[in-house]
Ligand binder design. Structure first.
Ligand code: SF4
Length: 172
């Protein structure tokens, strides 16, 4: 698996201050995609164990962070590897909240409970879901590009068996 970007601190990829990792590779091919070069699974740098540990050290050593966001590309095309990284992160840095982006919908990702995609979903806290739809583009939306995309509270959704929208701690 390759990564094509890493920000140790970002305010654009989810609520609060977050580290962000961009996973290479996507097969959704949405027209108007913000970064078609990320479709290529070979793009970027190999996500070696040494690089994973370096990023985990960054995250563990930054008390200002609210969590990590994983996006792409689409991380769910590399679901097993991304799950392995999250396990290592939680082992070495404790319970870091994870947001994750996907072109798949929550319903697609949660359809089969024995799938790698479902296992990755269960390791994360908030899912930003759905393909980017150019006709529904809305620059005023928080953390997403088109109005079909949703911010989903994964733990609540898995518990209740349906997609439940995430609520910001600032608007509750
Ligand atoms: S899911 Fe995201 S990365 Fe993939 S084609 Fe659509 S907008 Fe681009």
């Amino acid at each position: 698996m390759n990564i094509c970007g890493y920000s140790p601190e970002s305010i654009n990829e989810g609520e609060g201050l977050r580290a962000a990792i961009f996973i290479s590779g996507c097969k959704h091919y949405c027209p108007g995609c913000f970064s078609p070069k990320t479709w290529n699974f070979e793009y970027g740098e190999p996500f070696t164990l040494a690089r994973q540990r370096e990023i985990i050290r960054d995250i563990a050593g930054n008390p200002l962070l609210d969590g990590l966001t994983i996006l792409g590309g689409d991380p769910f095309f590399s679901a097993r590897e991304v799950s392995g990284f999250i396990d290592l992160l939680h082992l070495e840095a404790g319970p870091v909240p994870v947001w994750i982006y996907s072109g798949y919908t929550y319903e697609e990702l949660s359809a089969a409970s024995d799938s790698d995609e479902y296992a990755l979903l269960g390791r994360c806290d908030v899912l930003v879901d759905g393909r980017y739809v150019e006709a529904l583009r809305d620059p005023s939306l928080l953390y997403r590009g088109s109005s079909n995309q949703r911010l989903i509270d994964i733990k609540q959704s898995l518990e209740h068996g349906e997609a439940i929208l995430w609520q910001s701690v600032f608007t509750k």
